[in-house]
Design a protein around this ligand. Sequence first.
Ligand code: RAM
Length: 918
Amino acid sequence: MIKHVFYLIIFKLLFYTSIVQAKEILPAPISLSVSEGFHNPIGFYDSKPTFSWQLPQASNIKNQTAYEIVVASRPELLLKSPDVWSSGKVMSNQSVNVTYGGSELKSRQKVYWQLRYWNQEGHSSSWSKIASIEMGLLSNSDWKAQWIKIPDPDQWNTTRYGTRLFKPQYLRKQFKLNSKIKRARLYITAKGVFEASINGKKIGNDVLVPGWTPYQKRIETLTYDVTDALQKNKNTIGLILSEGWHSGRFGPQRRWDTVVAPPQIICQLEIEDIKGNLKTIATDGTWKAYNNGPIRTAGLYDGEVYDANYEIPGWNTPNYDDRFWQEVSVENLDPKTRLFPKKHATVKNKMKLQAVKMTAQGNRRVLFDLGQNMVGVVQLNIPVKKGDTIKLRHGEMLSSNGELFTGNLGSAPSIDYYIAKENGSISWQPKFTFHGFRYVEVSGYSKEHQPQLNWVTGMVQHSDFDMSGNFHSSHTKLNQLHSNIQWGLRGNFFDVPLDCPQRSERLGWTGDAQVFIPTSLYLADAHAFWAAWLTSMREDQFGNGGIPVVVPNFTGNFAQAGWSDACTIIPWELYFRTGDKGVLEDNYDMMKRWCDYHASEATNYISYMSTVGDWLQPFSQQKDDRRGDTPNTLISTAFYAYSVKLTMKTAEVLGLKEDKVYYQQLLDSISQAFEKEFFDENGKIKSPYTPTQTGYLLALGFDILPKVTADKAIIHLVELIQEADTHLRTGFIGTPLLAHVLDKTGNTNLLYDILFKETYPSWFYSINQGATTMWERWDGYTHDKGFADRALSFNHYAYGAIGQWMYERIAGIAPLAPGYKKILFAPVPNQILSEAKGEYHSPYGKISSDWKYDGKDFVYNITVPTNTTAKIIIPTFNLSNPNITVNGKSTKVEIKGDQLFLDNFQSGTFEIKLYNVN
Ligand code: RAM
């Protein structure tokens, strides 16, 4: 009997091991991230994070059928006894934004996480690599530190505009550590902008931190791992603090006098030594301050003045005698101003541009051309003689006489100075300013130094995200357009989405942002960037539900249609393109309150909300010709309908049935009123309203008209376009809708005509005038007429909104379900192009779409990431019985009209070939 049992056990063991062995172990999931795409964050903000991962691309992994996530306080507990949270095996295909179900993560808490998945056949994967999350300080009560600053001198200096000028402050603290350090974190932020160093070494590679939020309500804090920067015995922490957005002369002139609060800084260095002792060095009354250092002045608009004669050797190291420095003045935290971890990546030094050309300008001035309009600062590498004052002037364009053009900078002179204290070579880059420029004029160097091309390098700075989108076609100007759109993003995604980076404006204009968000998400991983900005928008919402036209609000208490509607459009687009429902949850209340505000500005569902209108529409007949001809009420009512529609769709996604019904009814009422007020029975915009391209585009783009009227209205739009010799007559509001409307109404060829126009106004027109970025207006500069009168920004991303269509319909990549869980590959090839391709890094992995004519055939290659499905639509090329293969195998396809449909593609790479198309 015992023998029997023994054999049975042996048999069972062998049997099960053989089954286990037979079961495939799939490769581990990759690209683990939390919340809006953070990889192993420290100083993290989200106490209820979501988890995302990707499944590797392999033929035996089509999709996920289950996952298991474990979270533990120590890596070794993960697989044994995950003490923080374990999801268990969850039968689900969700691999993006999976909500963490454990208790809220607390300040400083560090957790580790890991996961595995099961594929379509129920095979499980190996466990992923271990990822981690370390929380920042989530509450003001975590801060023992106080705000510090140099005590107010009798008077602060004054700018040439009579406003306050706060000289950069140097602050320091010396301290001793008795043992070696195990772990140290620096928590820090400023009312102003700062750079921190420990024992003489700069911490991190961040630029103009902490960035820009509604400072009265919330200031973002940063966390640095400074374990390696500290040493046993003596240490010194040194901080430089400058005005930045908080205290500087910034924004509209009417605001400057109101800026009276000097910069302040706060930090808390928390150290654990190898013996387990904890020590905190916090800003308090024991710190010392000085403001007669080398950075004499620094303003975002003005530029920076650095005088090496005032250098303070060793000031941020332990061997410095700070007896003559001042005691700082301190201030406690204000409970109304929340200190909270930064919700997106900081601005960083991202890339370098070498000067490509150098021209002597006379009077010992030399002009450097970087070949590309860019944003950031110059890295200057130059030989100097004692007393030289090197002056750097920045400009985007040249005047007709070849001199630097600065006529578009307003009150932002954008001039940096370096004053040399001794002979030698210097390498210098300003810290507390930024400029928009392609050209740099350098003067003030000594006669004996012959200018060299390598004196000037452009240091490109922007918010630190990957620019992973790619577009390429057979058409040089179309590729240049894509590059200009990319540079528009690089130049203006500077902690917040700016309208422009060069003149005395550089504000977070909401209208520009709402038209550009879809394109931006193709070009860059800007999920966190937008979500963070929406936080500021919520904070800046007025009591009556209005949303300011710029965020953070530097313009005043008013809202405008088409601009403030960013508060519904941006959450919706962000959700749709990332699949992150949390964005809708976070912003739904703001959206609802905004709809209420819209209602308060409407009578019988027609909105009279103010708007600057179809900004910069070409050939405007208005007195202020920056305003377009489309009637304001039409614009405002159209946006009322659109905001209500997006709020309705949000209610639906969030499962709020009653709200959905409410907004649907409201939308119906607005739509009916809109049709009655603005359109006649022939689908024409009726008198006394002026019919414009934008008027029709709004009605059709936002689907406000019933189908019968819409079908008639499109005819009038096409007529207006033809009357304009196939040119657009649209500004900021209308231009982004052109592609969508013409495409969905079957006028794609017309759209191609408009897009490939070389004459004014058009995208290629600016390229023909030398544009390397997007311009505020198509004719900001022309070879024959020179500079336009106003609106002369040569780096304004708004018209780059066409990028969305280039990815969606020229390359052929679009989300069909939120977050690309289902992908639509529907390129519309046009004879003007022989090939086009796009690449996009979706939450599920890389998507690519690449078509070309190959002899007589049309060849289409696509990559569908794992755990997604795809639908493919390509033209029939007038073939009634098309011969088509997929990866070499002949395939049956569905034909509808002039299109071929292939649906429910599972992940993989595919070559689709359509034979004899021409
Ligand atoms: C300009 C800005 C911005 C635009 C507003 C209306 O000054 O540059 O692009 O949205 O005005």
